[in-house]
Design a protein around this ligand. Sequence first.
Ligand code: PLP
Length: 482
Amino acid sequence: MASNPSAQKSFHMDPEDFRKHGHEVVDWIADYYKRIESYPVLSQMHPGELRSYLPDKPPQQGEPFKAILGDIEKLILPGVTHWQSPNFFAFFPSNASGPAILGDLLSSGLGVQGMLWATSPACTELETHVLDWLVPVLGLPQKFLSSDTGGGVIQDTASSSTLCAVLAGRERATNFQSNQRGVTEKLCAYTSNQAHSSIEKAIKIAGIGSKNLRLIGTDEKFAMKPEALTNAIEKDRAAGMKPFFVCATVGTTSSNAIDPVPRIGEICRRHDLWLHVDAAMSGTAALCPEFRHIHNGVQHADSYCFNPHKWMFTNFDCDCFYVADRKTLIQTLSVLPEYLRNQATESGAVIDYRDWHVPLGRRFRSLKLWFVLRHYGIEGLQFHIREHVRLAQDFASWVESDARFELVIKPPLNLVCFRLKSGDNANQKLMEALNGSGDLYLTHTRLGNRLTLRMSIGQTNTTERHVKKAWRRIQEEASRLT
Ligand code: PLP
């Protein structure tokens, strides 16, 4: 019988070519980090520019790897905003690190899809274990441990965690009926007027309706006023509404404000409301005993999340989500079709993380977190977090000593909110000049209805040299404006 010539044919990259190109890519990344400060931090690309360089159609024939990698340098890099530059002070850190990148590479290499314990036991068990590790070192309550009533899971983002918290809170408040017949109760939820937009998004997606999210007023430190929360709950009750959910923030995006979780927690217990604590940006600080007070009151929480993909040197995406009562979360999200049934699941002896979040499929994300924890150790993480906070406090003192500027609020941790006293226009121009120069990148917010600059210090490789240079550039541009 004639042999089929196509049986031998393959377009795949064989393991030896993979090894060769893999080394080239790792070299490229290492070189990128070495020269990262030579690029403008904020990409200077115009809208549509990259697309104008790309061919209209995908290649019919495969191309050499060299050509593909060459285009990373030529086409892609100019359109990259360098989040990993030590001169990146915008939004919030989204910091990567060597061990996290390598852990993520291994996750890609293994190509595991860990939807069920049975589809890769290591993917589930490492995740459970690493999330348990973090409970005591962050000063989180015992009930978040998998050996207690709760447990932790890695989600893609804090937004997804908040959505799951809202859904579980909704089901608890409606005795799991909303899942069956839709939301018929007049549910309402609460968060501060400084909370992240992901809370409103979750409320919309969960069918509560954004009109039923109350934005509670804040004090002079931009933290939620507990008495205003109580008043809003009582007013809603009197009007026939059914309050069910509160989200407190530990470290708001705009100003790093820390809501008074102990008092908010008491209110939630008194009114039987689900309390979710969003510590996306700042939770990492609790690794240091001197900052652990930010988690005071979290013992009242039904759920909590923080993002190692922001400030804990673990590249995107990695959000740790904890619940106090895993049964409620699982009952909220579980659907078990026949094709997913298996002996391990039936035995009840394992965790199936597909029931802990919206997607079914899941990557082996705990690998990168495990690599980070093992590479740095708690001591190494504490060192770098402390350094970032120290640099932010130094920066704040420099702002205070320049009569043209004012500090909008004393920075609780690593985010400094400041502005020129001469008004919004001047601050806008200052920010545009700095970002246009490519020397650094910072962003703004509005606090007290005035445009405020935010200096967010948390990039992996930011040191004193970078913060000093940033301040020098800010002063130079301010002088040019006046
Ligand atoms: N919550 C807070 C306090 C944040 O600062 C952010 C990030 O901007 C988020 C939530 C949203 O984070 P993610 O991108 O992980 O959904």
